[in-house]
Design a binder for this molecule. Structure first.
Ligand SMILES: Cc1ncc(COP(=O)(O)O)c(C=O)c1O
Length: 401
């Protein structure tokens, strides 16, 4: 070792979702027929009109530094999006654009957290929340939600978890990893609690807003309770809805002084998000949305048959997710069992390793998301692979003793 990690980084775990994808990739490179259900991105391509906007931007020489937290045109399109889709009225001075949803969240945390500040979020949670909080010197605190409540927390749980030191409550619906989407009335129960705690700032992560099923109606906190508007940062991005994960554009809107603080962070770290991607994101937000409906019907079809396979496998159960492209399967019925090759399944990490080693199916252990014993399946892949994976998972279940 030629250097010693900083104390802040030493508290951080590397991304487990990336780790499983890498292990699956390594096996594939050795010729194993691995089905990888670990990915956190749509398998669909970026729509052509968005690609064309990027090509046009390159040809027009829009290839230089831009305003630190976003070109005015994109900020105006984001203001229009929040007004049109969420009934939220922001000015362009309340908008921040960064290279992905991940940096948007990080910028907000690094701009606000001091040692000892607590950040609350429901578990299972998106893998990066606790680690980003730690990196910023804060204390992650999670509120556990199990399968009995469809992986959603209750207002009483939120009330009990808030302390004098709670700085932020992060809320992600539909959720990665569970796909659980809160209804407006479920959100209302949480906002009633938050109204009683004026020191708590709220961050909503609305990344999966557009990937929803069965008539589920997306709602976000500042919209459900306008009295929380002043202390809510509403974050979102183009990565999932528009299949633009590689383009790296995320955005947020919220209190002007917070947005200014985030601008200061950006100005001394990444500078602007890629100029070309910003023009592409503008085309995404202002362009047609009908392709999303078609993609969602493909996602829903896959969700339904994968869910049927999971619930048919002995020892597994999963609730029907309202959105995103994940199924979170409870595998407590497998714990303590032995695989044909003699592995004793002691935890969901053991389950995922055995599934990969013995059936060449890659899924992500619930432990990575603060939700054990479970695993996350991403169904953002082709039907044939999903059918084959479902068959292998059922066979794995049947062969346990
Ligand atoms: C819940 C959630 N928030 C934020 C992000 C970050 O998205 P981006 O790729 O734009 O950084 C992801 C990506 O996996 C996510 O699942």
């Amino acid at each position: 070792m030629t250097f010693k990690q900083s104390d802040a980084l030493a508290r951080v775990q590397p991304s487990a979702t990336l780790a499983v994808t890498q292990k699956a990739r390594d096996l594939k490179a050795r010729g194993v027929d691995v089905i990888s259900l670990g990915a956190g991105e749509p398998d669909f391509d970026t729509p052509d009109h968005i690609k064309q906007a990027a090509i046009d931007a390159i040809k027009a020489g829009k290839t230089k530094y831009t305003a630190v937290d976003g070109i005015p045109e994109l900020k105006a399109a984001i203001v229009a999006k929040f007004s049109r889709e969420n009934g939220l009225d922001y000015s362009t001075g309340q908008v921040s654009v960064a290279p992905g949803g991940k940096p948007v969240i990080y910028n907000a945390l690094v701009a606000t957290l001091n040692p000892g500040d607590e950040v609350l979020f429901p578990a299972p949670y998106w893998v990066s929340y606790p680690e980003m909080v730690r990196l910023c010197g804060g204390e992650p605190r999670c509120i556990p939600a199990g399968i009995a409540t469809g992986f959603k927390i209750t207002p009483d749980q939120l009330e009990a978890a808030i302390t004098r030191n709670t700085k932020w409550f992060i809320f992600n619906s539909p959720s990665n990893p569970t796909g659980a989407g809160y209804t407006a009335s479920e959100i209302r129960g949480l906002t009633d609690v938050l109204l009683r705690h004026p020191q708590v700032m709220i961050m909503t992560d609305d990344m999966y807003e557009h990937i929803v099923y069965d008539g589920y109606e997306f709602a976000t906190i500042a919209q459900v309770e306008p009295r929380l508007f002043e202390r809510t940062l509403t974050t979102n991005g183009v990565s999932k809805a528009f299949s633009m994960t590689g383009w790296r554009i995320g955005y947020a809107a919220g209190p002007q002084d917070l947005i200014a603080a985030m601008r200061k962070v950006i100005s001394q770290t990444t500078s602007n998000a890629c100029s070309i991607s910003q023009w592409a994101a503008l085309a995404a937000l202002e362009g047609p949305m009908d392709f999303i409906r078609d993609r969602n019907s493909a996602f829903k079809r896959r969700r339904d048959f994968v869910l049927a396979d999971i619930n048919a496998a002995e020892g597994l159960t999963a609730p029907t997710p309202e959105g995103a492209f994940y199924i979170f399967a409870d595998c407590s019925g497998w714990i303590g069992k032995t695989t044909p090759e003699g592995a004793i399944l002691e935890s969901d990490i053991g389950v995922c390793n055995a599934l990969l080693d013995e059936e060449a199916v890659a899924v992500v252990p619930g432990a990575a998301f603060g939700g054990s014993p479970c695993f996350r399946i991403s169904y953002a892949t082709d039907d044939a692979s999903l059918h084959e994976a479902g068959m292998r998972i059922r066979r794995f279940a049947k062969n346990l003793s």
